[in-house]
Design a protein around this ligand. Structure first.
Ligand SMILES: [Fe+2]
Length: 336
């Protein structure tokens, strides 16, 4: 069996690959400065000096964002933009134009060709970084939104496979999903964050696929090896999602849902707000559903008793502030 994962492997999982940027700028000084600023912020940058070189790079490299000057020799920014937008594989990549001035005509033409933003010279490093950050976040949320339904179906299928192996979790995933989304909304989370929450809550136990059925469904107490194997499910689940771009944002739910406020949880034994909020909130939802649902060998606890249990573990197992907020949600949820 693997032991508990190291800090560096957590880093690898929780920090996704750095965004990749293609910079197209014929002014060597400006190109060097921009590249330097972007590299210093951890972006991966490929820099070229005109549209033709950019297209060559793009044949083997799909950046998350293209930043291009307009006036350049050989192929200008307009032509590059047009060529990018007409290519099926790279056509949707956000495109930011750097320009010395914006005439209305020029801006309109760039918009018509599908430019996403303008960066007007002279600009500061802050202007540049803010624009890139905003644009990358925006394109990620559009991507998540557009593909949300399709992903959710795939994800539900995966979750159903896990449920089918586990006698205890009948409909658990679906209830956790509904309750978690209600909780997220009550916390004031927007559609982006709630969309990721929805995927995270459905997939939170996906790592259990690595646990043999006999252990998963064992009635008696588990021996040390067996319980160690079960305790690896958050980490194994997170590892499974690491390479999947559209599911990776849900990793914190998978990885941290068994951490405890007092540091006695797993896999890392993180305490208090060192536990990402995704884990702290899902821990409440997961525990409430586990307590109130029926099992093959016992009936579920009544709502009031589960509430008392949660209150009793407020500040030890659960984040105290989130506990109070969650209790309000389930009070409304059950109509009690
Ligand atoms: Fe779990």
């Amino acid at each position: 069996l693997n032991s508990v994962p190291s800090q560096s492997s957590i880093e690898k999982i929780t920090h996704l690959q750095p965004p990749k940027l293609l910079l197209v700028e014929d002014d060597e000084d400006l190109k060097f400065i921009i590249e330097d600023v972007l590299l210093s912020k951890g972006y991966e940058v490929i820099a070229v000096t005109n549209g033709i070189e950019a297209l060559e790079k793009l044949s083997g490299f799909a950046p998350d964002l293209i930043i291009s000057d307009l006036m350049m020799p050989h192929m200008d920014g307009f032509t590059l933009l047009q060529r990018v937008r007409n290519s099926p594989n790279i056509g949707a990549i956000p495109f930011v134009i750097i320009t010395a001035y914006t005439s209305n005509q020029e801006a309109r033409r760039a918009r018509e060709l599908g430019a996403d933003d303008f960066l007007v010279k002279p600009f500061t490093a802050d202007d540049l970084l803010t624009l890139i950050r905003t644009r990358l976040q925006r394109s990620q949320s559009i991507y998540i939104f557009n593909t949300r339904e399709a992903h959710l179906q795939t994800v539900l299928m995966l979750a159903n496979v896990i449920e089918a192996r586990d006698e205890e979790t009948h409909k658990h995933v679906e209830r956790v999903q509904k309750l978690a989304v209600g909780f997220g909304q009550a916390l004031g989370w927007g559609p982006d964050k709630t969309g990721i929450l929805e995927i995270g809550s459905v997939l939170h136990d996906i790592g259990k696929i690595m646990v043999p059925r006999t252990i998963l469904n064992k009635r008696g107490p588990l021996n040390k090896t067996e319980s160690e194997l079960i305790r690896q499910h958050p980490y194994n689940g997170a590892r499974m999602l690491t390479g999947v771009t559209h599911l990776a944002p849900a990793i914190p739910y998978v990885l941290y849902h068994h951490e405890r406020w007092d540091g006695q949880g797993y896999p890392f034994g993180l305490a208090s707000d060192h536990i990402p909020i995704e884990g702290r909130m899902l821990a409440l939802v997961d525990a409430y559903d586990a307590m109130t649902s029926n099992r093959p060998y016992r009936a579920g606890m009544p709502h009031d008793q589960a509430v008392r249990e949660i209150i009793e573990h407020r500040g030890t197992q659960f984040d105290p502030t989130l506990t109070d907020q969650f209790l309000q949600v389930i009070a409304n949820h059950t109509g009690a």
